[in-house]
Design a protein around this ligand. Structure first.
Ligand code: 3PG
Length: 207
């Protein structure tokens, strides 16, 4: 799957932080049960890499990817762990080259027109607008749609179940990212049915 296919596979890409490896598989199963298959597991915890491995091995219906990639050497590591795509909060030349070298589809983060131009120069025409609300939200995406009509965005950062439909209604938005589907306290308590219900609501949003 290329990155546009992955973005279109589900209206919401959950931004996931996993503290305990043992939560990875039940959490992924809970999201998939609710209809959310594309999962961004962030490299923010010690458990992240092993969690990606566990999900890739045990949850075949999940399309597991990795988020918060900030170092070039991480692309090869996460690909070996089973990640099928990668998301970065921003982009450098080194990150762009390393993602290409690793052969992993990349959704690079951008926040300004200059960053969009730089990402396009590296051959990326699908991008994460991050942090989306702080960058200007709906108005920013509408404005970027003028000069960059061919760029598809996944706005992430400050997006909620309530605001998501307004983002998804824009022609240059394929999906939104958000952490609201995976509340920390529900994960800690193993309340997977709550995660499934949140996933169900998110999956029902129109992309
Ligand atoms: C993040 O990097 O944590 C994502 O942007 C999620 O942001 P959110 O918590 O505002 O959904």
């Amino acid at each position: 799957m290329n990155i546009r296919d992955i973005m279109r596979a589900s209206p919401v890409m959950p931004v996931i932080v996993i503290d305990r490896v043992e939560d990875a598989v039940p959490l992924a199963q809970a999201l998939v049960a609710g209809g959310i298959r594309v999962l961004e597991v962030t490299l923010r915890t010690a458990a992240a890499l092993e969690s990606i491995q566990a999900i890739a091995a045990a949850v075949p219906d999940a399309i597991v990817g990795v988020g918060t990639v900030t170092k070039p050497e991480q692309f090869a590591q996460v690909k070996a762990a089973g990640a099928r795509f990668a998301v970065t909060p921003g982009l450098t030349d080194e990150l762009a080259e390393a993602a290409k070298a690793a052969g992993i589809p990349l959704l690079p983060g951008v926040m300004t027109p200059s960053e969009v131009i730089a990402a396009l120069a590296h051959g990326f025409d699908a991008m994460k607008l991050f942090p989306a609300e702080q960058a200007g939200g709906l108005g920013m995406l509408k404005a970027l749609g003028g000069p960059f009509a061919n760029v598809l965005f996944c706005p992430t950062g400050g997006v909620t179940l309530e605001s998501a439909p307004r983002f998804l209604a824009l022609p240059n938005v394929a999906c939104v990212g958000g952490s609201w589907l995976v509340p920390k306290d529900k994960v800690a308590a193993g309340e997977w049915h709550v995660v499934t219900q949140l996933a169900r609501e998110a999956a029902a949003l129109k992309a």
